[in-house]
Design a protein around this ligand. Sequence first.
Ligand code: G6P
Length: 611
Amino acid sequence: MCGIVGYIGSKQAYPIIINGLKRLEYRGYDSAGICVVSETPFTAKCKGKVSDLENFIGDHSVAGTIGIGHTRWATHGEPNDTNAHPHESMNGTFILIHNGIIENYGILKSKLEKRGYIFKSETDTEVLVNLIEYIYLKGNVTPEIAVRLALTKVVGAYGIAVICRDEVDTLIAARKGSPLVVGVGDGEYYVASDATPIVEFTNSVIFLNDNDVAILKRNEMVLKTIYNEALEPNIQTLDLDIEAIEKGGFDHFMLKEIFEQPRSIHDTFRGRVSTNPFDIHLGGLYKVIPNLVDAKRIILIGCGTSWHAALVGEYLLEDLARIPVEVEYASEFRYRHPIIYKDDVVIAISQSGETADTLAAIRMAKQAGAMVLGICNVVGSSIPRETHAGVYTHAGPEIGVASTKAFTAQVTVLIMMAILLGRKKGEINDDRYNELINELANVPDKIEKILQADPLILEISKRFKDATNFLYLGRGYYFPVALEGALKLKEISYIHAEGYPAAEMKHGPIALIDDTMPVVVIATKDNSYEKIVSNIQEVKARKGVIIAIVTEGDTVIKQMADYVIEIPEAGEVVGALLSVVPLQMLSYHIALLRGCNVDQPRNLAKSVTVE
Ligand code: G6P
C-alpha cells in the first residue's frame, strides 16, 4: 500500500507529482506529502488526502524540476502530520518516501539511537532514512552507496525514492517486495508505484525487480542491484490508455467500473472465445495445458474479492472439468504448512498482481515444485512476472477501491478455463461446449440489461440506507456471490453484512432475523431454485425483509419477496457474472445515500502490499 511518485527532468515537478499522487490514491489516502527541490528542498506533508495537501500548500510557490511525493496507508504509526512521508534524516541530508514495511526497524532504531539518533515519528521509514544518512556520514561514501548499503541491512519490503541534499540532481529509487516502475522520457525520468501517473508522459517503462536500484539523473540512468551488480534496463512499451484511468463522466470510479462491465467482460474474452467456429483459446496457458489436464488438484489462492472469484472457480472447475479444487486465503495458506504436491497446479488470482500474501504464497508453492499460474489484471505486475504462465484479465485499470469489474473479469477467465479444460478432458461434449460458449458470449448484452435496473435499485437503496445489518444468501454458484455482495456493502457503506450459503442459515443466522433485517437472496431459476424458495419462506416466516434477485418473468418469488430485481435468464455457469451486478449497484447507492466516500472507503486500500 501507499503510493509513491518521483520525477527528475526539465518540467516543473510539483504538478506531475500531485496529479500522479491523485492517480495512486487508491493505494492509500490517510496522509500525503511532497518534497520538491530547486536549490534547496521544499517539503510539505499533512494528514488527509492529496487535496488536503494541496490546500495545506495553498499559494506557496513550489518550484523545482526534481521531486518526490507520497500518499499513505498507515502501517507503523497513526495517520498524522509527523508520520506522513517524506521523512527527512536527522541532519537533513536525505529525504525519502517509502511503500512497504521495514520489519527489523526496531533493532535498527535502537542501534541508531545508541549512536545519537533522535526520531520524530513512529514510522519504520524514518529508521531507514536515518540509517542511510548514518552510513553516508560515517562511511564517507556516495549517496548511492549509502542507499545500497542501507538496503542490504533491511528485512522487509520497500519501494523507495530518495533525494540527497548534497546531490540534488539525482533521484534514487529501489524496490524489494513493493512495486516500482520507472518511466523513461526524453531527458527525464518518472518513478511510481504503478504506471498510471506515468502514461500521460511516456509509455516506455521499466518494471524494477526485487533488489534493483535505479540511479536517475536528467540524461542518464544507471540500473544495478543493491549489491552493486550492473543490470541492463529492460524497457517495455505500455499499452495503457489515459482515458481508461479517468472517470469518463461518471460521478465515481466505482460507478464507472460497474457500468463498464459489458465492455470489460467482452475485453476479457475478446480474441479468446469464438462462436464461429465455437472455440476457446487461452494463449497464456498454451504451454501448460497438459499440466492442467493431468493435474491431480488445482489450488486457487487469493485475498478479498479475488478469493471470492476463486470460490466461483472451484464450482466451475469441479463442475465442468472434474478436477478437484481447493480454495485458500493466501494469508492462511502461506503460514499453515500446507501440503503441496509437484503435480498440483496453484493458481493465484489477483487484480493488482501485487498483494503481498498472494505473492508470498506463490513463491512458497513454486519452491514446493508446483506449477504456478496467475490470473491478474495489472500487466507487468509482480505475480505475472513470478508465475510460470497465466492469463491477464484485461479489464482495464480498476481505480475504485471496492473491486467490481476485476471480479467479473476474473470469473470470466475461470469460466473460459473450466470450459477449455472440460473439453480437453472429454467431460464436455460438442453440444454442451457450444452452448457454454454461447452463454458466455451473451453475457455482456445481458449485463447491459441489468444496468437498466439502476433507478429501481436506487429506490430499494433508499428504503434500506439506514439498516444496520444485512444478510446475503445464495446456493451453489451463488454462495460466493452472496459473500461478494456482503463484502461490497461492508466495504463502502460500513453496514455490517454477512454472506451465507442459504441452507446453512438454519444453523445460526436465522436467529438474527426479525422485521428489521434485510435479507438479499439470489434466487434465480437454477438447479436449486425450489430449495431457495423454501429458504425465502423460512425468512418470511420470521418477518425478515426479502430483496430477491430473480430470473426475468419469475412470478413465484415475486409474491413472497418484498422487492425483486430481475436479471435475464442464463445458465448457472455464467450466473455469478450476472447476479453480482445488482449487488454492486445496491452497495454503491446505499453507500452514497449514507454520505460515504465510495471510491476511497475508510481504512481500506486497493493494493495490499503489506502482509
Ligand atoms: C484489497 C482490495 C480488494 C481486493 C483485495 C485483493 O483488500 O481492497 O478489493 O479484492 O485487496 O487484491 P488483489 O489485487 O490481489 O485482487
